[in-house]
Design a binder for this molecule. Structure first.
Ligand code: PLP
Length: 405
């Protein structure tokens, strides 16, 4: 029999957050070793419980959730999403333009599959959340990366963005608050991005899954609230803010200038119907989540657990010779610069593997986020304060003897 190869459609499709280094970590675990996983933004295993009312609503409604539902999602959930964005002053909302999916992940893939013809281009940030690049490539499109600038707190480089727009560019992706950099964009930055989208007729895809995970009272603007003459697709979900990543529930809202988008919306409906519907029981959590007390603020306020861990990670990293990081204003990550000359690093994945083997700490190398140079890695600051403190001192200890030139 011939070798069974994966399809050509998967060329250029990769998701290294769960890539080869994770397999090495599994091997260590299979041999009885314990690995501290600082690689995935999954709050539950680190003792972040879901709000009670969310779990109660799912359990309470479980017997009503035995059948398929509407492909776009259950009605009460879509109504609460609609209200949520009305309060945020997002313009030209329509209940029929709200889709609930099996996590934001599924919807990201759907939006790209429904839009892109072979060779169409999407502007994606570098660094990015790599699913965006993978989804564009899987859809036959071309991911074109614009740089975010570490020296300006990882703001999108607008000149680079504009220089990369071509006649094939269909849209641009923003991740705000950002994974992996923790940057939160200002209203002025968002206005400038809208200006570009307006001029070049681009759709703005705004991944806002960390919208409510912000620190130091950093102000926030949902880009779709700023104008109605550009089309926006805004994404959010339950995974991070409500700590139920395993429920696989997210949504997207298409708003703004949608009057020429009926064919695209039809495409999204085709793809939604093909998978019948998203997981139904967890859709019952949406109303309770959006309408209830936002318990995430107890974690992100000055004395909150997430905030204390963020500050610890930031301080310990910047006190480690050879490492530096900006102070994340949002999300769950530090994107850490490593002095590649000092440690003679040419391959950042190898560096992450060496750390894993020596210290049983799992991080993700920066190039996995489509960052072009091997000089960063991402750290998740979800573990308990003491665990994080211990991990960061082990990292510092590892670097003391790592390939010093
Ligand atoms: N978008 C960003 C920026 C993320 O960081 C993640 C998960 O880490 C997702 C989307 C996927 O979220 P979901 O669990 O809703 O599929």
């Amino acid at each position: 029999m011939k070798r069974i190869a994966k399809s050509n459609k998967l060329k250029g499709v990769c998701y290294d957050i769960r890539g080869p280094v994770l397999s090495a970590a599994k091997q260590i675990e299979d041999q009885g070793g314990k690995v501290l996983k600082l690689n995935i933004g999954n709050p539950a295993p680190f003792g972040f419980d879901a709000p009670d009312e969310i779990v109660r609503d799912v359990v309470h409604n479980i017997t009503q959730a035995e059948g398929y539902c509407d492909s776009q999602g259950i009605y009460p959930a879509r109504v609460s999403i609609h209200q949520y964005y009305q309060q945020r002053k997002i313009k030209n909302l329509n209940l029929d333009h709200i889709f609930i999916g099996n996590g934001v992940s599924e919807l990201i893939v759907m939006t790209m599959q429904a839009l892109l013809n072979d060779g169409d281009e999407m502007l994606i940030p570098a660094p990015d959340y790599p699913l965006w690049t993978a989804a564009v490539n899987l859809s036959g499109g071309q991911a074109v990366h614009y740089r975010c600038d570490e020296n300006s707190n990882w703001a999108p480089d607008l000149a680079d963005m504009e220089a990369k727009i071509s006649s094939r560019t269909r849209g641009l992706v923003l991740i705000n608050p950002n994974n992996p950099t923790g940057s939160v964009y200002t209203k002025d930055q968002l206005e400038a991005i809208i200006e570009l989208a307006r001029k070049h007729e681009l759709i703005i895809f705004s991944d806002e899954i960390y919208e409510l995970i912000r620190y130091d009272n950093t102000p926030y603007t949902s880009i779709a609230s700023l104008t109605d003459d550009v089309m926006f697709v805004t994404f959010n979900g339950l995974s991070k803010t409500y700590r139920v990543a395993g429920y696989r529930t997210g949504w997207m809202v298409i708003s703004g200038n949608t009057h020429l988008a009926s064919d695209y919306l039809d495409g999204l409906n085709i793809l939604s119907s093909m998978r019948l519907c998203a997981n139904v029981p967890s859709q019952f959590a949406i109303q309770a989540a959006l309408g209830g007390k936002q318990s995430i603020f107890e974690l992100t306020c000055d004395s909150g657990r997430l905030n204390r861990q963020r500050l610890l990670a930031h301080d310990m990293i910047n006190n480690t010779p050879g490492l530096s990081t900006t102070l994340p204003q949002g999300a769950l990550y530090c994107f850490v610069r490593i002095d590649t000359e000092r440690f003679n690093i040419k391959d950042d994945e190898q560096f992450i593997l060496d750390l894993l083997i020596d210290k049983h700490i799992l991080l993700v190398h920066g190039t996995a986020f489509n960052w072009p140079e091997p000089d960063h890695f991402r750290l998740v600051f979800l573990p308990q304060y003491e665990v994080l403190e211990d991990a960061l001192s082990r990292l510092a200890d590892f670097l003391k003897s790592y390939r010093q030139t």
